[in-house]
Ligand binder design. Sequence first.
Ligand SMILES: Cc1cc2nc3c(=O)[nH]c(=O)nc-3n(C[C@H](O)[C@H](O)[C@H](O)COP(=O)(O)OP(=O)(O)OC[C@H]3O[C@@H](n4cnc5c(N)ncnc54)[C@H](O)[C@@H]3O)c2cc1C
Length: 432
Amino acid sequence: MQQTCDVLIVGAGPGGASCAYWLAKLGVSAVVVEKKVFPREKTCGDGLTPRSVHQLEQMGMSGFLQSQHRYKGLRTIAFGHEMELNWPQHPELPDYGYVVSRHDLDGAVADNAVEAGATLIQGAEAVEAKRGPQGDAASVTVKSKDGTTTEYLPRFLVVADGSNSRIGRQLGASRDRSLPMGLALRGYFNSPLSDEGLIESHLDIRTPQGEVMPGYGWIFPMGDGRVNVGVGILSTLGRWKEVNTTKVLEAFVATAPPRWKLDSSDPIYVGTGGKLPMGFSVGPRVGPNFVIVGDAAGSINPFNGEGIAYGYETGRLAAEVIADALALDDSSVLRRYERDLDARYGDYYRIARTFVGLIGHPAIMHTVVSAGIRSKMIMDPVMRVMANLMNEGHYGPAEVLYRAGIAGLAAKDRLDPIWQAGKSLAGTSRRR
Ligand SMILES: Cc1cc2nc3c(=O)[nH]c(=O)nc-3n(C[C@H](O)[C@H](O)[C@H](O)COP(=O)(O)OP(=O)(O)OC[C@H]3O[C@@H](n4cnc5c(N)ncnc54)[C@H](O)[C@@H]3O)c2cc1C
């Protein structure tokens, strides 16, 4: 069976569901195909920062959030020191976050998009995207659980199929392997501190050889008797693929503060993991009639591994360009998506990628963390920058730190050609 539609969205996670919601609000009814059936498990830390909460509130989901576990900030721990940092006051973003299992969150956000006017087809997997002569997405074959196959001929396609993004790859997108990537593993545990009002991150997780790794361990209280516990590591660690994340998580659980009463033999513990494509490492993100959002575009924040907010935000940006392209009957409008991404995240993600490259050196990681963890004056602005909570119109320590980072990168860009030219001149004179 063939089916035409204005917009087809593959995947109803944060990227796809937000795109569907904002399209509906802009008067465009999209068809969303989702291979799973909600509610479904999704491997995640379940942590919503103020950026995610802001997007959910903008989608009218404050009522849903009210029944979830709210927290006010972060306790960060390393090398025997700990510090509590509340989420900052911000003119736009809330000063609180939530921990919500993706099992409950994603179905609720998808339902919200349906209430706004989107069509959601669950248990329907996009198995093949065929390219047209111009490199466009000419058709997408979708197989339903009942065995029926539908060939969609969408005017516009949104690829929101997550970190493995088979459909994105079929359309020519690939990950730049020179850029960092993360690996994370998580499990649920029973804990008497499930109602804690702070999430906790440990910046001194170690390799089995005892070396501090670039990455962190987390304990996020769920408010329902459980805590979500996990570890995330970065590809900047040499031989990172050989690291057994299950062993790292087990070691983390064994050394976690006893007050959480974590127990590796907890019957609810099952470790599941996934990849964290970050820093917009996947591209191209726009084609003649398609855009790629969320993890499929590698949109995770390299500073902290947060991806839900960026799924919501990139889904929304995609909705805006598609609605304009439809209104103007001009698919070249889609190219604006790339410019919008660059304007919003370009500098920030360049700084984040440089930071992640630096902390890949265990000695630098050790020095940075042990200096920061002793001083709130350092840690508070660092936390704001890492969670992308700067206030544009303001000149506080976080904003100054961030602008110094931008200036540093600009200086590096200017000096690099001179440095390279100097090196090759020196080489020439030596050869003489
Ligand atoms: C262990 C771990 C912990 C994490 N912790 C956090 C955290 O605490 N906070 C945070 O902000 N981020 C966290 N992240 C990152 C976050 O989970 C992702 O960035 C986020 O889910 C990206 O949303 P998405 O919509 O792009 O993709 P996904 O959430 O992966 O959604 C993609 C959807 O598409 C569906 N799909 C896939 N292929 C097809 C297909 N062919 N046809 C139809 N449907 C398809 C999938 O079933 C899925 O529902 C974590 C990630 C991991 C692995």
